[in-house]
Design a protein around this ligand. Structure first.
Ligand code: ATR
Length: 297
């Protein structure tokens, strides 16, 4: 038996607060990233009762953690208990990453940047002058929609079961970035002449996510054209019904693993002040996107 040297008195600690946290791959991902980068940092999951978010945040400050990630259902609520929030996170209406600097807590949001970096790296395309259909109007849709507007998309159509929520996001986009967002119905989008007008279609709803793997936000079959890009932020299963349909039509079809990995990489960079190297990113993608870990998701 040898001594376990993984944690010493100097090891920095970061955590994940959420509920549930058991399904999360962030602990494995962040601890692997620390190892690859040679940083003495560990990442631990903290399942927090919904009534304890304030105490948990204060506890992490009192224990002098380096920072933490925030996941469902606390991304909005946590904003009340941190000291300074980045402009982007304020606009997105959610914080997913907190850094503790000498007892002061700074809030950031790396979800939308993670999405954007994954999209650009995996498609070699951007959103400038693009027409985008954004399916869903929850927290993820809000931050992704705003980020796409920042990148100067020419039109953003938001489609959601509950229209009032889609309208809210369209209003935020239009009042900050000019009149580019609108609401659209699933019925309108079913029309082949309408759907073919979009360059990029993004699903942010949970329709199609495990265990609802037969679910699809559109009625099947769907007539996508082969020059369209379909991005589903779901990563379990790695190929949703929507992505299967997209592939049948010859489109570029991407799942949400890239977004998940990049939001984690960006959080790590915030905590450590380091730039994660291209070589490390390649290793991480080989392990978590193309390798064995993804089978366990
Ligand atoms: P997230 O933070 O991941 O965006 P969320 O805020 O709970 O999660 O949003 C979930 C999204 O999935 C919403 O757009 C939701 O539609 P409603 O606003 O109408 O609730 C959408 N969604 C979830 N289940 C759905 C279903 N069965 N059919 C259509 N949309 C669904």
């Amino acid at each position: 038996m040898s001594i376990d040297n993984r944690v010493s008195g100097r090891t920095k600690i970061v955590g994940l607060i959420g509920n549930p946290v058991e399904h999360s791959i962030s602990p494995q991902f962040q601890n692997t990233l620390s190892k690859i980068m040679g940083v003495d940092l560990i990442y631990i999951p903290c399942k927090v009762d919904k009534n304890n978010i304030e105490k948990a945040t204060e506890g992490l400050r009192a224990l002098n953690l380096t920072g933490f990630n925030v996941t469902v259902p606390f991304k909005q609520l946590v904003m009340r208990y941190i000291d300074e929030i980045s402009d982007d996170a304020l606009l997105f209406g959610a914080v997913n990453t907190v850094k503790n600097i000498n007892g002061k807590l700074y809030g950031y949001n790396t979800d939308a940047d993670g999405f954007m970096r994954s999209f650009k790296e995996e498609t070699s395309e951007g959103f400038h002058n693009k027409k985008v259909a954004l399916i869903g109007a929850g927290g993820a849709a809000r931050s992704i929609g705003i980020k796409i507007a920042m990148e100067k998309a020419s039109r953003i159509s938001i489609i959601n079961r509950t229209r009032s929520k889609a309208l809210e996001i369209a209003d935020i986009i239009n009042s900050n970035f000019g009149n580019i967002a609108e609401c659209c119905s699933f019925e309108e989008l079913r029309n082949a002449d309408v759907i073919k007008n979009y360059d990029i279609i993004i699903n942010t709803t949970s329709v199609g996510m495990f265990p609802d793997i037969e679910g699809c936000p559109f009625e099947i079959p769907i007539k996508f054209s082969e020059n369209q890009i379909i991005y589903d932020i779901i990563y379990n299963p790695k190929k949703t019904r929507l992505l299967m349909e997209a592939e049948k039509c010859g489109c570029k079809a991407l799942n949400g693993l890239g977004m998940l990995l990049y939001q984690g990489i960006l959080a790590f960079e915030i905590w450590t002040g380091l730039n994660v190297t291209e070589k490390a990113i390649k290793q991480l993608f080989n392990l978590f996107k193309y390798g064995s870990v993804q089978q366990d998701l």
